[in-house]
Design a protein around this ligand. Structure first.
Ligand SMILES: NC(=O)c1ccc[n+]([C@@H]2O[C@H](COP(=O)([O-])OP(=O)(O)OC[C@H]3O[C@@H](n4cnc5c(N)ncnc54)[C@H](OP(=O)(O)O)[C@@H]3O)[C@@H](O)[C@H]2O)c1
Length: 186
């Protein structure tokens, strides 16, 4: 199982504005011919989200079990929180907290040969990086700056640990894939 952080991002490195809004993202036209999602998503075996991301999705789309399944199928999800946010009934979601390593181990068992999608936010992804458990970044930049908001990956990771693999421009989204390079320090 690979651990992949797939997210959209502004040119100045934010994944949401200060009000947790993604309205800026929907302004940037996506190429209709982009088949990436259809090719990538079947390889995803499970999802991980922080509580803000989860509550934003549920709140924005008023997600019930049918819509969740429409979006994510029957993939298991792990929601990180120190609280007890209401979980969508009838969906395979688990509330977790603290160390990401046991969650990674559980996900590896559940995902089999599929990959784990870290939906966000940035610090939670950073926790996977800190534990040496982050493999890949897939970042879709929009031609937007916000000047503030939720950071994409609030860690100092330099080029010895991160390498570009490829990039493609699709409409007004620039998708960049990077590999995390393991060294003794991570
Ligand atoms: N651009 C995109 O494609 C994209 C993708 C994903 C997310 N987003 C947006 O980006 C924003 C991200 O928000 P965010 O930075 O606040 O991050 P977040 O990871 O979504 O939420 C942070 C919360 O996750 C919980 N958490 C994180 N690590 C934990 C741990 N180890 N143990 C227990 N709980 C933990 C805590 O919740 P509690 O406070 O409940 O303890 C923490 O306050 C959201 O608005 C989201 O909608 C955008």
């Amino acid at each position: 199982m690979k651990v992949q952080y797939f997210t959209a991002c502004t040119m100045d490195g934010f994944i949401a504005d200060e009000n947790n809004s993604l309205d800026w993202l929907f302004e940037a036209p996506h190429s209709e011919g982009d088949t990436f999602w259809d090719e990538w998503f079947p390889g995803v075996g499970g999802l991980v989200m922080g509580a803000t991301t989860y509550e934003w999705y549920v709140g924005r789309y008023g997600l019930g079990p049918e819509q969740w399944r429409e979006f994510y199928g029957d993939r298991p999800g792990w929601i990180f929180s120190h609280r007890e946010p209401a979980l969508i009934p009838g969906v395979d979601l688990t509330l977790v907290e603290g160390d990401v390593r046991p969650v990674h181990a559980e996900a590896a068992e559940a995902c089999g040969d599929k990959d784990l999608w870290l939906v966000g936010g940035g610090d939670l992804v950073g926790q996977f990086y800190d534990a040496g458990l982050l493999d890949e970044l897939i970042i879709q930049f929009a031609p937007v700056t916000l000047g503030g908001g939720a950071p994409v990956l609030p860690r100092r990771i330099t080029s010895k640990n991160l390498a570009f693999r490829d990039a493609s421009l699709l409409g007004q989204r620039l998708r960049v894939r990077l590999d995390v390079v393991r060294t003794e320090s991570n």
